[in-house]
Write a protein that binds this ligand. Structure first.
Ligand code: DX5
Ligand code: ZN
Length: 206
């Protein structure tokens, strides 16, 4: 199981958190970008993500909870390893094509209440699908177990090389549900960053 560590809840001590992820066995550093419209929180402006890229030793897994396509392209232009935006903000595959054309791997995120049918037109074009297991906006929320059935349904039709990830409230108790549903990656924020020893929590999630 790949583990991507979200530093959302460490926003007030970012450099410290990035360094701790650098020193850990995390596979990715997950950055949650929020516009105050798609979700009612605002975080990680463009310049902050650029600065994080300079000091991160881990591949960047940038999760955009933003609506504006021009702004999505600006985050893509930072060239993170993975750029994930929400299926709820697109009507066609033009953004996916743009992001791929500049050499960035593309993820599509889906909110808990959105039908997996919405993913179908795009599954062949993306590298990763990110199932939200909380209403996006904040770290430290409770994992919604309904997502597990959704992931199982999706897994039946997903291309075999697609990365299936889950984000929100992931911990040592629910990670096995995610694994058996078909996830090969999890995003974990507070479960990792609330523990002084990041690697201890990361090990519990593998
Ligand atoms: C929620 C974010 C998540 C969040 C995860 O909107 O997308 O990445 O930071 O944090 P935890 O694991 O604390 O729910
Ligand atoms: Zn996220």
């Amino acid at each position: 199981m790949k583990v991507s560590v979200s530093i959302l809840k460490e926003y007030d001590r970012l450099i410290n958190a990035v360094n701790k992820v650098n020193q850990s066995k995390a596979d990715f550093l997950h950055i949650d970008v929020m516009d105050g419209k798609f979700v009612d929180n605002q975080k990680f402006p463009l310049e902050v993500v650029k600065d994080i890229k300079k000091i991160s030793k881990k591949p960047l897994d940038v999760h955009l909870m933003i609506e504006n396509h021009e702004l999505i392209k600006k985050y893509a232009d930072i060239i993170p390893d993975y750029l994930t935006f929400h299926v709820e903000v697109i009507n066609d595959s033009s953004l996916i094509k743009y992001v791929k054309s500049i050499g960035v791997k593309v993820g599509l995120a889906i909110n808990p209440e959105t039908d997996i049918k919405c993913l179908m037109p795009y599954v062949g074009d993306v590298d990763l699908v990110l199932f939200m297991s909380v209403t996006p906006g904040y770290g430290g929320q409770i994992f919604k177990e309904e997502v597990i059935d959704k992931i199982k349904e999706f897994k039946k039709v997903a291309p075999s090389d697609l990365i299936i990830s889950v984000d929100g409230g992931v911990n040592d108790k629910n990670v096995s549900l995610c694994k058996y549903a078909g996830c090969n990656m999890v995003v974990a924020g507070s479960y990792v960053t609330n523990n002084d020893d990041y690697d201890k929590s990361i090990r519990d999630l593998r």
